[in-house]
Write a protein that binds this ligand. Structure first.
Ligand code: NAD
Ligand code: ZN
Length: 382
């Protein structure tokens, strides 16, 4: 391509500091170095985690370096590849990944986990393998959120943090497999291993929670109880397979776990927490039944603790967490794309809004006000 080896000037949404609106600016994206791939980002979902990092930086979230380009749930096309890249070529359709899959480390070789640690410290700190980012604005380095930064028309990612997908896949839909949908769906079918005929409760009905509902349905759960403080989410939850919907606020001061234990005659088999609040995490654990109840935490917080009543664990419950739904990223995401193409997995139904990059702050407002499930940002027009 004509741009190979050149710096590309394009538009990005920059977070200059925490708790301030993003600013649309021209940035320079440097060519990829060894084992890196530069991609043209076509579409990016807006995830709760993006908003959380912007607003809770230094509070529920660790403080990261600013300025920063957020966005980590995307799909695009390879523009050029750096030296020693063997698995990608210009024109490939791809999904960038905040969780790598290097195929070589102990974790990648182990079936028990998906936590590949390749470039981990660097990407968590917002830089690539050499300790720098490829994005700059007016000569100043701009950090890459989780090593991705998809609120930018071009970005550079490690070749171990990229999935090559079906060339026929619609990028403005499959971008959701870069985070939220894969996480929630995997929380149920992969990490939780929800069983046929079981009784499940899903806390929080954003994209992650709805995908967990979808996973419980795929696993043929008998009862799927959807829990949210925003009743506007209930209709969607039913479309995704919820058999009943509960608003904790309808029960005054009674804890939601007590309601669930009562309704299910002892507790649910599986509780999936998709809110990100330590209070709901404890409620989810306590809503599971003695003997074999399993609670899976998908909601995010980096600095807070949840309280666990020891007796609940003594009585045979299991508490698990899931990162990216337990999927081995670059290996499993292409298969999830296939599942979508074969209509085994819903994606379109998660998309409540489509907006251009220039309206990224509106997308955050929609998320915060509970009006959107997923807004997909188009990077091709702004
Ligand atoms: P979202 O904001 O779209 O949805 C959260 C939902 O929780 C909303 O519908 C909200 O009304 C509901 N809620 C809030 N308080 C509640 C309460 N007390 N009880 C019941 N429901 C309540 O968020 P999302 O994008 O779906 O993400 C959900 C969580 O998953 C976030 O914490 C996010 O950071 C996390 N996440 C984790 C991973 C992972 O790898 N584990 C990946 C992506 C996102
Ligand atoms: Zn690895």
């Amino acid at each position: 391509m004509a741009t190979t080896g050149q710096v590309i000037r394009c538009m990005a949404a920059i977070a200059w500091e925490p708790r301030k609106p993003l600013s649309i600016e021209k940035v320079d994206v440097a060519p990829p170095k060894a084992h890196e791939v530069r991609i043209k980002v076509v579409a990016s979902g807006v995830c709760h985690t993006d908003w959380e990092y912007l607003n809770e930086a230094g509070r529920g979230m660790n403080l990261r370096s600013f300025p920063l380009v957020l966005g980590h749930e995307a799909a695009g096309v390879v523009e050029s590849v750096g030296p020693d890249v063997t698995k990608f070529a210009p024109g490939d359709k791809v999904i960038p990944l905040f969780l790598p899959f290097c195929e070589e480390c102990d974790q990648c070789k182990c079936e028990k986990t998906n936590l590949c640690k390749k470039n981990w410290e660097n990407t968590q700190a917002g830089v690539l393998a050499d300790g720098t980012s490829r994005i700059s604005c007016r000569g100043q380095q701009v950090y890459q959120f989780l090593g991705v930064s998809s609120f930018c028309q071009y970005t550079v990612v490690p070749d171990t943090s990229l999935a090559k997908i079906n060339p026929k896949a619609p990028l403005e839909k499959v971008c959701l497999l870069g985070c939220g949908v894969s996480t929630g769906y995997g929380a149920a079918v992969k990490t939780g291993k929800v069983e046929k005929g079981s009784c499940c409760a899903v806390f929080g009905l954003g994209a992650v929670g709805l995908a967990a509902v979808m996973g419980c349905q795929a696993a043929k759960a008998r009862r799927i109880i959807a829990v949210d403080i925003n009743p506007d989410k209930f209709q969607k939850a039913r479309e995704f397979g919820a058999t009943e919907c509960i608003n904790p606020r309808d029960y005054g001061n009674r804890p939601i776990q007590d309601i669930l234990v009562e309704k299910t005659n002892g507790g649910v088999d599986y509780a999936l927490e998709c809110v990100g609040s330590p209070v709901t995490m404890s409620a989810a654990l306590e809503s599971t039944r003695d003997g074999w109840g399993t609670c899976i935490i998908a909601g995010w917080t980096e600095t807070e603790s949840m309280s666990v009543q020891v007796i609940k664990i003594l009585m045979g419950r299991t508490l698990k967490g899931t990162y990216f739904g337990g999927w081995k990223s670059a290996k499993d995401v292409p298969q999830l794309v296939e599942d979508y193409m074969q209509k085994k997995l819903k994606l379109d139904e998660f998309i409540s809004h489509n907006l251009p990059l220039a309206q990224i702050n509106d997308a955050f407002s929609l998320l915060r006000n509970g009006q959107s499930i997923r807004t997909v940002i188009s990077l091709e027009n702004f």
